[in-house]
Design a protein around this ligand. Structure first.
Ligand SMILES: Nc1ncnc2c1ncn2[C@@H]1O[C@H](COP(=O)(O)OP(=O)(O)OP(=O)(O)O)[C@@H](O)[C@H]1O
Length: 310
């Protein structure tokens, strides 16, 4: 696990990627000044000054190295390698069937690899389960438990019974974080699709994971709700500082949300390209910079398609 420290000057900052840009983006929010104090980074008012200072750079929390996965006699990954840094919002983007969801199963220790190495915070995935949580396309709530009880279920299963009132307060706080303070007693059957997915996000956060894996979490929602949920997940990520690995095949979603897009080829899959997105947040899809990323990604997708035909 690499952890480096270095001297940083403001003018160099926008051109670095990963955790550094993430920290910079976080300074753009209302709590930027308080965060600047906490992180030791310059506040938005003073960061233009070329003050040399020492900061933490990147810490790798996910490491895929030369991973081969074979399923049903078919090679899915062909020595797939990538890294994810602490605090990053990484989107895994690629054509259908390239193995995006498979990578989440591998990282969760749910699927053995044929060769190569996978490490989650320096650990083998089989023993790293306490570091991770999942949000799936379907919220997978327990129908006979209300919103709060569903969040509590996550805590109970992972962390044991513990202190009841502390657990309940934590569940309430998380439901407030995802905008469901008034829905805590509602059962899944009367929650909207977006609300159900928010409960699932609160449940994932409840076990205090280092890394959250999201597998197309908004793809079943209507376009308006999907758009709203993107804004909300970005805010939640900024508030919690979690590392998020977000699987999608939606280019717009990826350019709106990611610090970095890992673009995958078709099977047998390798990384086609790592694409850092240093653009300021929140990002509107109408911004010219996003249109450029989008067009570039579309071209790459076309190239992936034509590669597979040859
Ligand atoms: N248990 C299995 N046995 C055989 N093949 C499998 C198994 N599970 C997954 N696969 C195959 O592995 C490949 C990758 O599947 P995966 O679901 O990871 O793709 P994906 O990139 O997430 O696709 P999509 O975007 O369509 O959801 C697919 O070709 C799939 O058919």
């Amino acid at each position: 696990m690499a952890e480096a420290r270095g001297i940083w000057r403001w003018r160099e900052f926008p051109f670095t990627s990963g955790a550094n840009n993430l920290r910079l983006d976080r300074l753009n929010d209302k709590t930027g000044y308080a965060r600047a104090l906490k992180t030791g980074l310059p506040s938005p008012r003073t960061r233009h000054k070329k003050t040399p200072m020492t900061i933490e750079t990147k810490e790798v929390v996910i490491n895929f190295q030369d991973v081969v996965v074979e399923l049903g006699g078919q090679k899915i990954y062909d020595r797939l390698s990538f890294e994810v840094n602490k605090g990053e919002f990484v989107c895994l983007l690629g054509p259908s069937g390239c193995g995006k969801s498979t990578s989440l199963r591998v990282m969760g220790g749910l699927l053995p690899i044929t060769s190569g190495t996978v490490q989650i915070m320096g650990l083998d995935p089989s023993i790293a389960w306490s570091k991770i949580a999942y949000v799936f396309q379907s919220p997978r709530l327990v129908s006979w438990r209300n919103a709060m009880e569903n969040v509590l279920l996550g805590i109970e299963l992972r962390l044991g019974p513990g202190n009841k009132s502390a657990r309940e307060q934590k569940a309430l706080d998380l439901l407030a974080l995802v905008g469901l303070s008034k829905e805590v007693k509602k059962y899944p059957s009367i929650l909207s699709g977006g609300e159900r997915q928010r409960v699932a996000i609160a449940r994932a956060l409840a076990v205090d994971p280092e890394i959250i894996f999201m597998d197309e979490p908004f793809s079943a929602l209507d376009p308006t709700t999907r758009e709203r949920m993107r804004v909300e997940i970005e805010q939640i990520w900024q508030k919690t500082g979690k590392t998020i690995v977000f699987v999608t095949h939606d280019i717009d979603e990826a350019v709106q949300l990611a610090d970095r897009i890992i673009l995958l080829t078709k099977k047998p899959t390798i990384v086609k390209e790592n694409i850092p997105l240093p653009d300021a947040r929140p990002r509107s899809l109408g911004l010219p910079a996003l249109a450029l990323h989008r067009n570039r990604l579309l071209q790459m997708f076309n190239s992936i398609e034509s590669d597979s035909k040859t």
